[in-house]
Design a protein around this ligand. Structure first.
Ligand code: APR
Length: 263
C-alpha cells in the first residue's frame, strides 16, 4: 500500500487507535533528514500538565495574567509564582519512553534528526537527546531584562532577585518566550524545515503559531508529514499520516519502525 493512500479525510474521529499506518520503511536512501516538533503532550505521561487539555494549565490560569510581557510588568510576583511552581515540578518528574525513544532516534538514525520542542521542560535533555531546539525557551534558564545576562537557574525567582551580572533588581525573568514575543531560533528552524524529508509533530494541539504552521512549510518543501497525538487536532487534516494514541506507546513504536526500515 502506498503512503499516499492514507489520506486524513478518511479518518473517522471516533476510532481510538492507530487508524492510519505510516510506513517508514518506504523511506528511500535519499530521505535523510527527519525534523520533529514536540509539544506538551509528550511530557504529559511524565506528569507535567498540558496547556489546553482538560485540567490543563490554561484552565487554572489566564494566559494574559502569567504568560505575556504585560503580565510581567503588571504583576511580576504572580508571574514568578507561576513559573517557580513549574520549575519546582521539573524536579519531581522524569523523562518517559517517548522522550527516550526520540533520543535513541537522534543517536542511531543514519541521517539527521533535528528535534524542535515548544516545551520549556528539560525532559528531552534528561532522556539523552544530544541537541534540542527550544523555540519557546527553557524553564531552567533566566535572563536579565536590564543587561541581557542569561544563565541557568535552578531555584525560585523573586521580583527582588538581583541579577548576578549587573546586580540590578526587577529585571530577572524566566527565559521563556511569552505570547507576543518572537520564538527563538526561527531562522534555523525554517532552514531545517526546508530540508526535511520527514516531519513529525508529536503531542501538540496545533493551536499556537508559528509552530502550528511547520507542517505546511515542511510539506511545501516536499517532506512527508506525520502527526502523533492521543486525539485529533485542529491541524490533523494537514498531515499525510497520523498515529493516534499515547506518546509513550506510539513514539517508541514509530522510532522502532524508522530505525528498522533503514537497515
Ligand atoms: N500522548 C500524545 N498526545 C497527548 C498526550 C499523550 N499522552 N496527552 C495530551 N496529548 C496531546 C493533546 O491531545 C493536545 O493535542 O497534546 C496536545 C497538547 O496541546 P497543548 O496543551 O495545546 O500544548 P502545546 O501544543 O504544546 O501548546 C503550545 O502553547 O501556551 C502555549 O507556550 C505554550 O508551548 C506551549 C504552546
Amino acid at each position: 500500500m502506498r503512503y499516499d493512500d492514507f489520506a486524513t479525510e478518511h479518518l473517522d474521529p471516533i476510532l481510538p487507535e492507530r487508524v492510519i499506518r505510516y510506513i517508514p520503511s518506504a523511506m528511500g536512501s535519499h530521505e535523510r533528514t527527519i525534523v520533529i516538533l514536540t509539544g506538551a503532550g509528550i511530557s504529559a505521561e511524565s506528569g507535567l500538565p498540558t496547556f489546553r487539555d482538560k485540567d490543563g494549565l490554561w484552565e487554572g490560569y489566564r494566559v494574559e495574567e502569567v504568560a505575556c510581557p504585560q503580565a510581567f510588568r503588571r504583576n511580576p510576583d504572580l508571574v514568578h509564582r507561576f513559573y517557580n511552581l513549574r520549575r519546582a515540578a521539573l524536579k519531581t518528574v522524569a523523562p518517559n519512553a517517548a522522550h527516550q525513544a526520540l533520543a535513541r532516534l537522534q543517536r542511531e538514525f543514519p541521517g539527521r534528526v533535528i528535534l524542535i520542542t515548544q516545551n520549556i521542560d528539560d525532559l528531552h535533555e534528561r532522556a539523552g537527546s544530544p541537541e534540542v531546539i527550544h523555540m519557546h525557551g527553557e524553564l531552567r534558564k533566566v535572563f536579565c531584562a536590564h543587561c541581557g545576562h542569561c544563565g541557568v537557574w535552578e531555584g525560585d525567582l523573586q521580583t527582588v532577585t538581583s541579577c548576578p551580572q549587573c546586580d540590578r533588581r526587577g529585571g530577572m525573568r524566566p527565559d521563556i518566550v511569552w505570547f507576543g514575543e518572537i520564538p527563538y531560533h526561527m531562522e534555523r528552524i525554517e532552514a531545517v524545515l526546508r530540508n526535511a524529508d520527514i516531519f513529525a509533530s508529536i503531542g501538540t494541539s496545533g493551536q499556537v503559531y508559528p509552530a502550528a504552521g511547520f507542517v505546511s512549510l515542511a510539506k511545501i518543501a516536499g517532506a512527508r508529514t506525520l502527526e502523533i497525538n492521543n486525539a485529533q487536532t485542529l491541524v490533523s487534516g494537514r498531515f499525510d499520516g497520523q498515529f493516534i494514541g499515547p506518546a509513550t506507546r506510539e513514539v517508541p513504536q514509530w522510532v522502532e519502525e524508522v530505525l528498522g526500515g533503514n537497515e
